[in-house]
Ligand binder design. Structure first.
Ligand code: FMN
Ligand code: SF4
Ligand code: SF4
Length: 250
């Protein structure tokens, strides 16, 4: 079983490619349910984005809720997609899985376009296409390593676990929904509210309103709005463009 969380499609695409290569199925943690039964020898993979050098809250909360019954001999792996560094996502996942009695056999990473467009510019389609081409080759290598059932943390540019104590503080501020705002052009389609994985947006009088103080900060509302009417922070996101992985529908 290959589980993923994906806001702009990178992890969904990786999950689909890995699942296809292993003859398995890929499913979002938003729909998978919290109870997993693994048959003898079955693969168990988690494909996650990196948020502020750690696991997104959606993946962390999912792993905390998860109950796993395993017949044994399972190969358990985590793949973090990232743009700059997968940080301590591997160590983080290993600890959470261990608390469920599951041993993580291996962790891998795949560098992909960085959808944190608060900092990163994804407005040049050619540059983004080049990043995605390179990612395909990296996925091939990761799939090969999974087939060989390699052990250990093979993430590139990873950071030690203690970094979480600092990144948690920064993430706590960044995920305040007051950082997100609506600009001109909204047509009231409601897609942002429908797609928000933590129901932080409600439509009121035909316009989106953030009804929670904090959200998962997936930037899905910003990247999927058909009018690019949702922005984050002081204006950089407008210049840096919208992003959705071209290989999958999300
Ligand atoms: C809130 C937020 C924080 C992020 N932090 C990091 C980070 O610390 N390191 C990194 O390399 N990429 C970071 N990214 C980029 C994503 O991990 C990357 O683009 C990922 O492939 C997105 O996956 P998705 O398309 O499946 O949602 C961040 C993205 C978001 C939205
Ligand atoms: S997705 Fe965009 S256009 Fe649609 S309701 Fe939300 S902000 Fe408005
Ligand atoms: S409000 Fe936007 S950024 Fe926050 S979790 Fe919902 S879709 Fe993601």
């Amino acid at each position: 079983m290959i589980l993923y969380f994906s806001s702009t499609g990178n992890c969904k695409h990786v999950a689909e490619r890995v699942a296809e290569a292993l003859g398995d199925r890929a499913e979002s943690v938003l729909t998978s349910g919290d109870s997993i039964q693994l048959k003898k020898g079955e693969y168990f993979g988690i494909i996650t984005p990196t948020y502020f050098v750690e696991l997104p809250t959606i993946i962390r909360e999912f792993l905390n809720r998860l109950t796993i019954e395993a017949e044994g001999d399972n190969y358990v792996f985590v793949i973090a997609t990232y743009g700059t560094t997968p940080g301590c996502t591997g160590a983080d996942a290993k600890k959470l899985l261990k608390s469920k009695g599951v041993t993580m056999n291996a962790a891998f990473s795949v560098k992909m376009p960085d959808n944190w467009t608060v900092w990163f510019d994804l407005s040049d389609p050619q540059k983004v296409a080049g990043q995605n081409e390179k990612a395909e080759l990296e996925m091939d290598r990761v799939i090969e390593r999974i087939r060989n059932k390699e052990q250990g943390n093979h993430m590139s540019l990873r950071l030690p676990y203690f970094v979480r104590f600092f990144s948690d503080i920064a993430f706590g501020f960044a995920r305040k929904t007051k950082n997100l705002h609506l600009e001109d052009g909204c047509i009231g389609c409601g897609l942002c509210a429908e797609r928000c994985p933590v129901k932080a947006i409600e439509m009121r009088d035909g316009k989106p309103v953030w009804v929670k103080d904090r959200c998962a900060l997936c930037l899905g509302c910003l990247h999927h709005c058909p009018k690019f009417a949702i922005q984050y922070g002081g204006g950089a996101t407008k210049k840096h463009g919208q992003y959705r992985n071209p290989h999958t529908k999300i």
